[in-house]
Ligand binder design. Sequence first.
Ligand SMILES: NC(=O)c1ccc[n+]([C@@H]2O[C@H](COP(=O)([O-])OP(=O)(O)OC[C@H]3O[C@@H](n4cnc5c(N)ncnc54)[C@H](O)[C@@H]3O)[C@@H](O)[C@H]2O)c1
Length: 328
Amino acid sequence: MRVLVTGGSGYVGSHAVRELTAAGHQVVIYDNLSTGHRFLSRGYELVEGSIDDTDALAPELQRVEAVMHFAASAYVGESVQNPRKYFQNNVISALKLMDAVLASNVRQFIFSSTCATYGIPPVIPITESSPKNPINPYGATKLFFEQVLSAYSVSHGLRFVALRYFNAAGAHASGELGEIHDPETHIIPLMLKAVLKTAPHLKIFGTDLDTPDGTCVRDYIHVSDLGSAHVAALEYLARGGESISLNLGTGRGTSLRELTNTFHKLTGLHVPHVSAPPRPGDPPMLYADPSRARQVLGWVATRSLEEILFSAWQWQQQLEGAPALALA
Ligand SMILES: NC(=O)c1ccc[n+]([C@@H]2O[C@H](COP(=O)([O-])OP(=O)(O)OC[C@H]3O[C@@H](n4cnc5c(N)ncnc54)[C@H](O)[C@@H]3O)[C@@H](O)[C@H]2O)c1
């Protein structure tokens, strides 16, 4: 199929683009490069533009059969400091994108949603029917947009898959692309930067939480597994699949201590860290029940925590221009 990929020059979108082309699909990337990078779209057609520019989108939508919408502002902390930016980009601009989509013949749509739509879940692992109570503006914008998609699927015959990612992590096996955010707020790059001494010691927020070892538990999913889920979602819609929201996680919770210990086992290197008080509103434990995605899409995450850390480490060293450190 031919797919317009908004945000295809960003971290998750650029990996999905590789999975799409590997599966024989054709891709047009649409990105304003606000947080993305031109080099991540090297070798692909990149149309530079914003998702609120319906005139620029119209001719691109004529060339495709489906849209994958990654473009968004995606920092939880920033969304608390500057919610206007988040409602503007993730809701108002995204509604413009939908205007352009509804004015075209495209009726298949895949959306990057997030586990932040759940807020603090009452039961772990999190299933799709868990209550949706986002605790920050970022999560609220994503939940709102899922509701937009549900409404438009009733009124306009749109069919969508909203994919609620847990913690995207790792880098592409080619070594050509990986995680790159500025500022970096994600835990694995921060950990690797602490090892490379290009960032302060890793802060471990909470060491006495209600988790098996007292540190925060998250569901880290390899970014290429997210990419393959997007391919599966596209093919599901092409088969006539109905609109649905699905968790994308491994179903395995990993504590922060387990993360640093696994990295040590893999490389022989210690992660310099300091303990800090827990962050208010930060749930101690979040991991997915991914069984619905398996049933509906026939998809499962296949890459291990070791593969996530190994690929991220290779990428981070390259990014920082560090001398290749020997891996154990
Ligand atoms: N990284 C994660 O762990 C994670 C987890 C859950 C959900 N998500 C979602 O996945 C998507 C991608 O996240 P990411 O980590 O790759 O972020 P990213 O910042 O690397 O990528 C976002 C891309 O969208 C582009 N963009 C932003 N606003 C735009 C606009 N108005 N018009 C055109 N392009 C625009 C940026 O230039 C960038 O290339 C986002 O929707 C995010 O909310 C990410």
